[in-house]
Design a protein around this ligand. Structure first.
Ligand SMILES: *[C@@H]1O[C@H](CO)[C@@H](O)[C@H](O)[C@H]1NC(C)=O
Ligand SMILES: *[C@@H]1O[C@H](CO)[C@@H](O)[C@H](O)[C@H]1NC(C)=O
Ligand SMILES: *[C@@H]1O[C@H](CO)[C@@H](O)[C@H](O)[C@H]1NC(C)=O
Ligand SMILES: *[C@@H]1O[C@H](CO)[C@@H](O)[C@H](O)[C@H]1NC(C)=O
Ligand SMILES: *[C@@H]1O[C@H](CO)[C@@H](O)[C@H](O)[C@H]1NC(C)=O
Ligand SMILES: *[C@@H]1O[C@H](CO)[C@@H](O)[C@H](O)[C@H]1NC(C)=O
Ligand SMILES: *[C@@H]1O[C@H](CO)[C@@H](O)[C@H](O)[C@H]1NC(C)=O
Ligand SMILES: *[C@@H]1O[C@H](CO)[C@@H](O)[C@H](O)[C@H]1NC(C)=O
Length: 659
């Protein structure tokens, strides 16, 4: 099999592995009862994993959890850290991300003593937070215990104050996560306002922010809060101005502190908070849609557990030989992989309609290989919505996302890898996607250079949308060092164009099919068959080229990506040079490694897999390029997955299949 022709299959390897796994290893599989009990929501929260342990429905818009000033680094990407003071309990978070902390907005904290509004209120925890699917609890040293529950677009805070202390809730209108480690990517407050109604049973507000890792321009979150117990008084603050018996506060100054404090004569207080990107009225209706008139935490927790079971856990039967550790790992990983992207259908401020919308693609360049193909297998309804959402983002914002949060595209790392996710959905015959429209979106990535946006780490071209280094790619068939990340971009643009060729073929567009198939061989322009490294007895590596087309030898080491960052030849392409990790075996039983001489002796060269293009001419030389392995949508047609009883289709999909 020619390796290039196998690219869509490589893309599917994680999925195939799952199918295989289940038919072999999990042969004595069964349904696990109460799989939610095996989920440890704190899995992956430490050591740089940055998983969000708080409350979320699968792909839910609300991610309700604590915001901690991490005691070691200050940065808490998901809001959570095991050690450090809590500065808020807020409605929105990302999960598993790096870059810089995002969100941590629409926050509040309970307190008992008087505070100085000029100083940030922070609280210490009495004990470690407790969390499980659908529920989260925090107990503070001030004696206040908090139990949280969340639905899709709103959540419930249940405060238990000590009976002998006063009970106050600070609704911090300017709260957000910041980035002490990387201040240049910190979010900051632009403005905002909050107002309580006359009888103090409800408050509404908005908060506009800016900045963050995607260097977002102004975006606004609206909110609504409903108390089950009427406060006895409200106090407003803005900077150092404090006004008792005043239910309004606002600010237009950058990172100015403003908000309201509600005080109660009871010790058990519940409130529901809804969020919206459209209006505070919509935030209030989101509460009504989620909860009706109830403030029922127990029921909300039960509903969350059923949502997780119905949509995610019930798709699998497993056999772990009664090893609970394996069961824990399996369900914890499954849980953690269904938090992003966030379903924001009906909440897209730039188009405000019911057209499907998802945000928090953070980031597709990490998830296109395994996670998105997994969604397309176990959850085609979501998979279809995610691809249609990327298409709608193209329709309204101009380009599909690569990284996206706060309703704005940015950043892109290498290529436009939404192309690959789209092609994966195409070959799997996922429903709910307007393919002519989706293909237009792919073509724009492949043909139209995105508008320039300055980036201090890579000022050469846009890192916001599409493919910044497109001029080289269109002129030369590869990307030169005129652009940063020229090797990464060349490799990824090749794969992306291959994805276009696949969809073009299926849509009956044979000209485009051939054109993009040829373009997908562009990476071979930077394949230097003579490149070598002193460490291993092997030649042949990708190597950057200068603008004049000659090989770049300075700062070039085939085994290292140098700084491996935005301004380098490769982004994080450091090779794991531990030889045992780099041995691959192909279908014919040949093993090969490009890093280990022992293996190389019995290996075949890359030339045996690829019809290499002539490096001295442009990429028209790919006539003998074979694409016979690809049969349109062969993956779905072969029914590998659908006949495997270990993956339970949505009932809805079963009905469809049977009709
Ligand atoms: C509100 O949050 C912001 C930022 O997250 C912080 O700077 C400010 O001090 C907080 N205000 C209070 C009263 O805690
Ligand atoms: C908080 O306190 C409550 C009541 O005392 C207790 O049931 C719960 O386990 C505590 N939670 C944590 C996280 O310590
Ligand atoms: C409230 O009661 C607790 C426990 O009985 C005690 O530790 C605390 O000091 C009291 N607080 C106040 C403000 O009286
Ligand atoms: C906040 O800023 C946004 C955009 O910069 C503006 O549209 C909005 O009116 C401002 N809101 C307030 C309350 O000042
Ligand atoms: C269960 O699986 C884990 C992870 O593979 C392994 O470390 C452990 O030894 C296993 N436990 C038993 C009792 O087999
Ligand atoms: C996404 O959200 C919309 C609006 O709430 C909802 O109608 C749709 O069913 C959700 N998608 C899935 C797959 O649950
Ligand atoms: C190409 O450019 C590099 C530096 O940019 C230079 O060192 C080299 O001599 C040039 N080669 C040719 C053939 O012009
Ligand atoms: C290979 O791995 C070793 C040990 O992990 C490391 O020290 C070395 O820098 C790596 N790179 C090369 C080019 O050997």
């Amino acid at each position: 099999m020619k390796l290039l022709s196998a690219l869509p299959l490589l893309c599917n390897i994680p999925s195939l592995a799952i199918a295989d796994h289940q038919s072999t290893i999990f042969s004595k599989r069964s349904t696990v009862s109460n799989p939610e009990n095996y989920v440890d929501v704190f899995t992956g929260t430490e050591g740089g994993g940055n998983v969000f342990p708080g409350l979320a429905r699968p792909f839910g818009m609300v991610k309700l959890g604590v915001d901690v000033i991490d005691s070691s680094s200050g940065n808490a990407y998901s809001g959570y850290a095991p050690d450090g003071k809590i500065s808020g309990i807020s409605m929105m978070h990302e999960s598993g991300t790096g870059g810089a902390p995002q969100y941590g907005v629409v926050a509040q904290l309970p307190y008992t003593d008087d505070i100085d509004f000029a100083t940030e209120l922070t609280l210490d925890r009495q004990s470690a937070d407790s969390g499980s699917v659908g529920q989260y609890q925090v107990n503070f040293t001030n004696g206040v215990n908090v139990e949280l529950a969340a639905a899709d677009r709103s959540g419930i805070y249940h405060y238990s104050f000590p009976s002998n202390a006063s009970a106050k809730i600070l609704v911090n209108g300017s709260h957000h996560l910041s980035s002490p480690l990387r201040p240049w990517w910190s979010q900051y407050s632009v403005n905002g306002s909050i107002e309580a109604n006359d009888d103090l049973s409800q408050y509404k507000g908005s908060h506009t922010l800016k900045g963050g890792w995607g260097e977002q321009s102004d975006w606004t979150i609206y909110y609504c809060g409903d108390f089950d117990t009427k406060p006895t008084s409200v106090t407003s603050y803005q900077g150092t101005n404090v006004n008792e018996n005043n239910g309004e506060s606002s600010s237009t100054k950058q990172d100015d502190s403003f908000g309201l404090v509600f005080e109660f004569d009871k010790s058990e207080i519940k409130l529901r908070v809804g969020i919206s990107f459209i209006s505070s009225d919509q935030a209030c209706s989101n509460i009504k849609n989620d909860f009706g008139n109830d403030y029922d935490t127990d029921q909300t927790i039960k509903d969350s557990i059923s949502k997780w079971n119905d949509e995610v856990f019930s798709k699998f039967e497993i056999n772990t030989n009664n090893n609970d550790t394996l069961t824990d790992i399996f369900y914890s990983a499954l849980y953690g992989s269904h938090l992003l992207p966030s379903n924001r259908t009906g909440e897209a401020p730039s188009w405000n309609s019911d057209e499907v919308y998802y945000d928090d693609f953070f980031t597709l360049w990490d998830t296109f290989r395994c996670l998105n193909p997994l969604f397309n297998l176990i959850n085609p309804t979501r998979g279809g919505e995610i691809v249609q959402a990327m298409t709608n983002i193209y329709n309204h914002d101009g380009y599909t996302p690569d990284g996206r949060s706060a309703n704005q595209n940015g950043r892109t790392q290498g290529g436009s890898n939404s192309d690959i996710v789209m092609a994966d959905a195409y070959v799997k015959n996922i429903d709910g996607i307007d393919w002519d429209n989706a293909y237009q979106a792919m073509k724009k990535n492949a043909e139209v250079q995105p508008p320039y946006k300055y980036d201090q780490f890579a000022p050469d071209a846009s890192n916001q949308d599409g493919r910044g280094a497109l001029p080289d790619w269109l002129d030369l068939g590869y990307v030169t060092r005129k652009y940063t990340r020229s090797v990464t971009r060349t490799m990824e643009y090749s794969y992306d164009d291959y994805s276009l060729s696949v969809v073009a073929k299926g849509l009956g567009n044979s000209d485009d099919h051939e054109k993009y198939l040829k373009r997908s061989a562009g990476w071979q322009h930077i394949w230097n068959k003579d490149a070598s490294t002193s460490k291993f007895d092997y030649t042949g590596f990708v190597q950057p080229k200068q603008e004049n087309g000659s090989w770049a030898d300075d700062n070039y080491d085939p085994l290292s990506c140098g700084g491996c960052y935005w301004g380098d030849d490769e982004y994080e392409a450091q090779t794991d040079n531990d030889s045992s990790a780099n041995i691959y075996e192909d279908d014919d039983g040949y093993s090969y490694s490009i890093y280990d001489s022992k293996v190389k002796k019995e290996s075949r060269g890359l030339e045996d897999y690829f019809p290499l293009v002539n490096h001295d001419s442009k990429s028209d030389d790919t006539d003998d390029f074979s694409d016979d392995v690809f049969t349109n949508r062969q993956f779905t047609d072969s029914n590998t997955i659908n006949t495997d009883a270990t993956i339970h289709e949505d009932q809805e999909d079963e009905d469809k299949a049977n009709s």
